[in-house]
Design a protein around this ligand. Structure first.
Ligand SMILES: Nc1ncnc2c1ncn2[C@@H]1O[C@H](COP(=O)(O)OP(=O)(O)OP(=O)(O)O)[C@@H](O)[C@H]1O
Length: 295
C-alpha cells in the first residue's frame, strides 16, 4: 500500500513562555493523514496551532511528543524535505534580486540539476503568470506578486507536496482568485497541496478535505462535500420562475412527504461581482501613463 503524503501521529508541542517558563500546549495530541494528490485545508482561529503543526511537519521545530512523516519518511530526516515545497506565512525574499534571479537561486539551493535550471525557472514563472514581471526587482513587487513568486520558488524543484501557509493573506480578490487557480493547476499536475487559510469561502471551493483545529486539538476532519451537505435537503434552480406555479409545486412535494422550505433568487458572490467588474486585471498591471502628459 502506498504511503500517505502526510502522516501526523499523536503530535504534541509544548512551549515554555515567560521568565517563569510556564508551559503552553500549542498542539495537543493531533493525529491526521493526508492522501496523495489532494488539496487539504488546515483551518482554525488565530493561535490554534496550525503553523506549529506545519513547522514540526517540515522539521523546523521538534515535537514534544508524537511524530510526523512525509511520504513515509520521518520529518526528522532531511530526506523527507526533498519532496516538499514551502511558502511560509510571511516570507522574506532578498529584495535586490529580480524575480527570475530569486527563482533560479532557490532552484540551485534545492538541487535542481544545472542543465535544467533555466527551463524549470521559465516553466514555474509561466505557471504563476510572472514571466512579464520576472525581470523586475522583488523589492518593487506588490503583495500578490510576492505570493506568486513565493509559490514559484516553492515548486521550482518539482516537489510532490506543497505546503502553503496563508497563500492569499493580504491579496486582493483578483490575485486571490489567480492563486486559487494556481493551486488547482498544481493538483492537476499530480501534486498534493496542504494549505492554511482564513478565507473560508475560498477553502470551501478549493479543498477536497479539511481539518479544523481549536486550542491545539483537532476537532473535525473530513471531505468538504460530506461535511457541508445537508443530507435531507436539495435545491432546485428554476429558470423563468412563475410564482403561480409555486402552489402546484408544493402540492406535488406534499404528495411525496416533502416540504418546500424556502423560495429565493440565487445570488452570485461578491467575489464574482468584483472579478467581473475589474476585468480580472493582470497582476502588477498598472495603468499606462504617457510621460509626455506630465511634461
Ligand atoms: N516559538 C514560540 N514560543 C512560544 N509560544 C509559541 C511559539 N510559537 C507559537 N507559540 C504559541 O503557540 C500557539 C499556537 O501558535 P501557532 O502560530 O501555531 O498558531 P496558528 O494557528 O498558526 O495561528 P495564526 O492563524 O495566527 O497564524 C500560540 O498561542 C502561540 O503564541
Amino acid at each position: 500500500m502506498s504511503e500517505p503524503a502526510i502522516r501526523i501521529k499523536n503530535l504534541t508541542k509544548d512551549f515554555r513562555i515567560g521568565v517563569r517558563g510556564v508551559k503552553l500546549r500549542a498542539v495537543d495530541n493531533v493525529s491526521l493523514e493526508i492522501g496523495d494528490n489532494q488539496i487539504f485545508g488546515l483551518l482554525g482561529p488565530n493561535g490554534c496551532g496550525k503553523s506549529t503543526t506545519m513547522k514540526i511537519l517540515l522539521g523546523l521545530l521538534e515535537p514534544t511528543k508524537g511524530e510526523c512523516s512525509i511520504y513515509g519518511i520521518n520529518s526528522h530526516s532531511v530526506k523527507s524535505r526533498l519532496n516538499v515545497g514551502f511558502l511560509p506565512e510571511a516570507p522574506y525574499f532578498y529584495k535586490f534580486l529580480s524575480g527570475r534571479e530569486l527563482v533560479r537561486f532557490y532552484a540551485r539551493v534545492c538541487g535542481v540539476p544545472k542543465s535544467e535550471i533555466s527551463d524549470r525557472t521559465e516553466d514555474v514563472l509561466t505557471l504563476v503568470s510572472m514571466q512579464n514581471a520576472a525581470h523586475r526587482r522583488v523589492g518593487t513587487y506588490s503583495k500578490g506578486m510576492l505570493q506568486r513568486i513565493g509559490i514559484a520558488q516553492a515548486v521550482v524543484h518539482d516537489p510532490k507536496l506543497i505546503v502553503l501557509d496563508e497563500p492569499t493573506a493580504g491579496v486582493d480578490p483578483i490575485g486571490s482568485h489567480a492563486i486559487a487557480e494556481l493551486i488547482i493547476a498544481l493538483k492537476e499536475r499530480g501534486k498534493t497541496v496542504m494549505l492554511c487559510s482564513h478565507l473560508l469561502a475560498q477553502v470551501e471551493g478549493l479543498c477536497d478535505r479539511v481539518a479544523i483545529m481549536s486550542r491545539g486539538k483537532l476537532v473535525l476532519e473530513g471531505g468538504v462535500d460530506e461535511l457541508l451537505e445537508k443530507e435531507d435537503q436539495r435545491s432546485l434552480i428554476i429558470r423563468d420562475f412563475n410564482p403561480q406555479a409555486q402552489a402546484e409545486i408544493e402540492a406535488v412535494l406534499a404528495k411525496y412527504g416533502s416540504k418546500l422550505d424556502k423560495v429565493e433568487a440565487p445570488r452570485i458572490s461578491l467575489d464574482r461581482l468584483f472579478l467581473e467588474n475589474t476585468d480580472g486585471a493582470a497582476i502588477g498591471s498598472g495603468q499606462d501613463v504617457n510621460d509626455k502628459e506630465d511634461a
